[in-house]
Design a protein around this ligand. Structure first.
Ligand SMILES: N=C(N)NCCCC(=O)O
Ligand SMILES: [Zn+2]
Ligand SMILES: [Zn+2]
Length: 326
């Protein structure tokens, strides 16, 4: 700038985010469902966080139906309110959050679907700083991690799940909902010093599943560890492991006990309560969260929106944890 140039007046503050539809003026059961009744991404210039659905379930090994997860979670998210007292934050007022709709992904070809998800996530990165993705089955974590690491390099993956999801192949297929984190590790997408499963439990194929998993770079806090030592001890281990690294959270809703989340494809007894899961997410509000997914909600097995309510609160807690503080 030349000395005599007058600088353009700069707005002192950013425009106020466009928030959810006010439930005291328009009943919350009215209108087309966006996540938490937020504006659509096309209605805002730029979003700090875009919520996006990935209705894909062609990677499942057991019950199908997670392709209907995004619509079901949006429907259950109508009851969310603007202030989160547990984190002392108004997540939709201090950052622009918007619903980007669903990615259109190929239901007949897993390879094409995975390419579609990665391309869709990369394209959305032009309009939104971070994504909170609603699945869909867990296969989608692989292309989402490919997109995230293109921006950030290898990330700490904090993976909440009943399952390890580091198995090798199913019927010879390398890309399924039981294998995303083995592929991600092989591709160098995860920080091998900072990644972790939380809430794993239940029968495995063999004891080598655990040694393979450790070799692929994951530490583990099992559901039983949480039962034995409590949530606070789990939080301490998780935080020590992440150690301030860029953090990607992948939350398979089957980490919750089937009593809390029956609507899922591969349920396992003995899981976390929704209270425990929400508390762990809250404890990550000071971390550098670069993206997240909530996957494996399968509405056909849900009852009274139990699973979808849990998933919508998990997404809300994630968005709150990602909100700027003070
Ligand atoms: N990612 C989920 N939800 N489940 C993986 C289960 C794989 C199996 O059937 O062994
Ligand atoms: Zn699982
Ligand atoms: Zn999973």
């Amino acid at each position: 700038m030349q000395p005599n140039d007058v600088p353009e007046p700069q707005p002192t503050e950013r425009a106020q985010p466009i928030g959810p539809v006010d439930a005291s003026r328009v009943p919350r059961f009215a209108g087309i469902a966006t996540f938490a009744r937020l504006p659509r991404l096309e209605d805002v210039e730029h979003a700090d966080i875009a919520v996006v659905g990935v209705p894909f379930d062609s990677g499942v090994s057991y019950r199908p139906g997670a392709r209907f997860g995004p619509a079901h979670v949006r429907e259950a998210s109508r009851l969310l309110r603007p202030f989160n007292p547990a984190q002392g934050v108004e997540p939709f007022a201090v950052q622009q959050v918007a619903d980007a709709g669903d990615l259109a992904v190929n239901p007949f070809s897993i390879d094409e679907a995975v390419a579609d998800v990665e391309a869709g996530a990369r394209a959305l990165a032009e309009q939104a700083d971070r994504l909170v993705v609603i699945g869909g089955d867990h296969t989608i974590a692989l292309p989402l991690l490919r997109a995230v690491t293109a921006q950030h390099g290898p990330v700490a993956v904090l993976h909440f799940d009943a399952h390890l999801d580091t198995w090798d192949t199913y019927f010879g297929a390398p890309i399924t909902h039981g294998t995303p984190f083995r592929r991600a590790s092989e591709e160098g997408l995860i920080d091998l010093t900072a990644s972790m499963h939380v809430g794993t439990r239940g029968p495995l194929y063999g004891v080598e599943d655990l040694s393979d998993d450790a070799r692929l770079g994951f530490a583990v806090v099992t559901s039983e560890d949480i039962e034995e030592r409590g949530v606070e001890a789990a939080i301490e281990r998780i935080r020590a492991r992440i150690d301030g690294k860029p953090l990607y959270l992948s939350i398979d809703i089957d980490v919750l006990d089937p009593a809390h989340a029956p609507g899922t494809g591969t349920p396992e007894a003995g899981g976390l309560t929704s209270r425990e899961l929400l508390r762990i997410i809250r404890a990550l509000a000071d971390q550098r969260i670069v993206g997240a997914d909530v996957v494996e909600v399968a509405p056909a097995y849900d009852h009274a929106q139990l699973t979808a309510v849990a998933a919508s609160h998990v997404a809300y807690e994630l968005i709150s944890a990602m909100a700027p503080r003070g």
